[in-house]
Design a protein around this ligand. Sequence first.
Ligand code: ADP
Ligand code: MG
Length: 247
Amino acid sequence: MLALHHITKRYKDKTALDNVSLELDCGIYGLLGPNGAGKSTLMNIITGNIRPTEGEVWWENTDIRDMGERFRSLLGYAPQQQELYNSFSGRRFLSYMAALKGIPKKEVGDEIERVLSYVNMQEAADRAIGGYSGGMKQRILIAQAILGNPKLIVLDEPTAGLDPKERVRVREQIRELAGDTIILVSTHVVSDIAPIAKEILLIRSGSIIDRDTVEALCRKYGESRDLEEVYMHIFGEEERHVETDSL
Ligand code: ADP
Ligand code: MG
């Protein structure tokens, strides 16, 4: 359904993505790798926000560059940074995003109620986003990503900066999204994604180094007990250089 063909992204002397080819059908996929691996770059290319240096992204049988509005209407995207409109209320932010997505005016009211109740944010909907906790901000970001029932949902580090309880809550909300949809979730925290992912895509230095089910990855990498061990086995050295998880 979604296919990446030989995607490369270069920034001057830096290769952020190196010849990535990938096909995804319905289900939840975890894009797992340390900071700087290329997760956000890959997501920005899939969502059409940045252009690859080389390669193409196809939806069904069409290059997304030829789809224009039609691609936007089937896409839900929650970017990594929480650059939300702090003075907006949650509801106003959602109605602004619904307008950008081209959701018909007469459907907007019901649709906003639907996504608010989905992320359990009805009560806070009329308060300013600036006063939300980190978890509430992430939930409003997820709510806008699922406006209009998108077929492709891309969530860039939806659990970044959350406390353990909030992480589990967001994870379980993502689990409930599964259905007739492709859901791609990036993280560098194994426990945020391992319990809900159909497959894990391991990304390192701009390459997808492996993709498989959690069980298969554990078998492949030396009979590891869990994916956390696999992750430390592959990325341990890199992760030790990363001090914070907010990047
Ligand atoms: P991740 O999301 O996995 O942390 P990114 O996709 O943000 O990784 O970054 C991948 C690599 O590309 C990093 O080395 C980063 O420094 C580099 N990079 C990302 N965006 C830019 C940019 N606009 N200009 C130059 N280098 C960039
Ligand atoms: Mg990132």
